[in-house]
Design a protein around this ligand. Structure first.
Ligand SMILES: Cc1cc2nc3c(=O)[nH]c(=O)nc-3n(C[C@H](O)[C@H](O)[C@H](O)COP(=O)(O)OP(=O)(O)OC[C@H]3O[C@@H](n4cnc5c(N)ncnc54)[C@H](O)[C@@H]3O)c2cc1C
Length: 441
């Protein structure tokens, strides 16, 4: 029987479509699925809870298949190599990723494996098309504009979806660990916050089958909640992007949105400073400094109802509708003139789905410092509100102080004969000819 293998799990917390897991267990080889809690990565609430639940769910699935989940705390490279040494394992497997931190980890793992004469097998990363695989015909290491990328991406042959292993085997003498022991008590999740884990992710994929057909028309309906809400599951790899795209092939509007995710990953791979430095070299990068305005934005107390509704959805759910992300981000950078990095940091802390590629790529897009071909668009939150929350339901759902105001009047409470009590309003232009921002996103 072959030597055992160590499977270092990172953002692939699943047993379905996990090529590294399949390869690890090939030929009945014993496999030690390892997750290392890395103190160098700050995981804020509520993401910590989502991660803990995802690991607990993964452990249940691995146990059902005959294996278990091994947990360690420390440097993933050191811990993976150490475990391999303890088990006499000659192979470590790991899925690739694109952030600077992940790539450094990968380089260090490669060096350590070489030193220890351990074979290293890289599995495909978190995207459908690996970063760097779809390249512009005219040269360059990445696509700078989405539309040609989308064309190239759609024309690629995507890898086959991997079968879930039928049975797994843990190396003898190795025991699993309770993942929940490695996190502060993850119980007490508010009902509005999504539960972590592959089982829940797959349940949502199944449910989405019944709704996905309406995505093209409905995805901008802020109150209708007509998007998949798969983003946190995709972020932690509880569901695989490849499998989701296979499942909804033919639903062009939805698959196109999945392509944005890959687009930003290939951008980050080529420009590792995406979260800290403007991507477009000629973009202005000077911003106002107004801690009070920033704090009001974070707390959902700007006095502009549609902005506050989005920010409060984020606080309550750890998730925000894409249209609300565009509006709240546009408000921060285009109306308040504040630095997109401050918004990025807040989203990074509060969103379950926060990742460097999507968060930074989108913030730079909104700020006009990124890949948007029209970086100087105007921004009008009231027009956005009227168009994407025409009856005002989204605002009423999230801003209880305004719940008694009927219809679209809720978007401009400063026009009402009686000002609502308990809500500090901050009038902004409405209905002007200002160019509408972010159409077609
Ligand atoms: C300022 C800002 C910050 C953002 N930060 C993040 C982030 O940290 N993590 C994140 O996953 N998404 C981010 N997004 C993109 C988008 O808002 C979310 O992916 C989407 O709202 C998630 O909801 P959903 O799963 O219901 O999406 P759906 O509409 O159902 O789309 C399906 C999937 O496609 C991908 N996707 C959709 N829109 C985008 C997009 N614009 N960019 C990249 N991928 C996309 C996501 O993986 C999403 O789960 C951000 C958008 C903005 C404007």
């Amino acid at each position: 029987m072959a030597d055992p293998a160590v499977l270092l799990l990172t953002r692939d917390l699943r047993v379905h479509d996990n090529p590294a897991l399949v390869e690890a267990a090939r030929g009945g080889r014993a496999v030690a699925p390892l997750f290392v809690v890395d103190p160098a990565i700050t995981v804020s609430e509520p993401r910590r809870r989502f991660l803990a639940e995802s690991l607990a769910d993964l452990q249940t699935s691995l146990r059902r298949l005959g294996a278990d989940l091994v947990m360690r705390v420390g440097d993933p490279v050191v811990e993976a190599v150490r475990l391999a040494g303890q088990l006499d394992a000659r192979t470590i497997l790991c899925a690739e990723d694109v952030s600077r931190y992940a790539r450094n980890r990968q380089r260090r793992l490669a060096r350590a494996c070489e030193r220890e004469r351990i074979d290293l097998w890289w599995g495909p990363g978190p995207t459908v098309v690996p970063a760097g695989e779809a390249l512009p015909a005219g040269g360059g290491d990445h696509y700078k504009i989405f539309t040609p990328y989308h064309r190239a991406w759609s024309g690629r042959r995507w890898r086959a979806v991997a079968e879930r292993p039928e049975v797994l085997r843990l190396p003898s003498g190795l025991d699993g660990d309770d993942p929940l022991r490695f996190f502060d008590d993850p119980s007490g999740r508010p009902a509005a916050v999504a539960a972590g884990g592959e089982s829940e992710g797959r349940r949502r994929v199944r449910r989405w089958r019944g709704h996905a057909a309406g995505y093209g028309d409905g995805h901008d309906d802020m109150a209708g909640d007509r998007t998949s809400r798969l983003s946190p599951y995709l972020h932690f790899g509880c569901v695989s992007a490849r499998e989701v795209v296979a499942e909804f092939a033919g639903n062009e509007a939805f698959v196109r949105q999945m392509c944005w995710r890959d687009f930003y990953h290939q951008l980050l791979a080529a420009f590792p400073d995406l979260a800290t430095r403007v991507y477009r070299a000629t973009a202005a990068d000077d911003w106002a400094d107004d801690p009070q305005a920033l704090d009001a934005w974070r707390q959902g107390r700007t006095g502009v109802p549609i902005v506050d509704a989005g920010m409060r959805q984020l606080a309550a759910e750890g998730w925000m509708h894409n249209r609300a992300r565009l509006i709240t981000a546009g408000f921060l950078v285009k109306k308040l003139g504040l630095d997109w990095r401050a918004g990025l940091a807040w989203f990074g802390e509060r969103l379950l789905d926060a990742d460097v590629a999507n968060n930074a790529g989108n913030w730079q897009w909104v700020a006009g410092t990124g890949t948007d071909a029209r970086p100087h668009r105007g921004f009008n939150p009231i027009r956005q509100a009227r168009r994407y929350d025409p009856d005002g339901d989204f605002v009423r759902q999230h801003v209880p102080e305004l719940a008694h105001i009927e219809g679209p009047a809720v978007h401009e409470p400063w026009l009402l004969p009686r000002r609502p009590s308990g809500y500090r309003i901050s009038p902004v232009d409405g209905g002007s000819a200002v160019e509408d921002v972010f159409e077609g996103r």
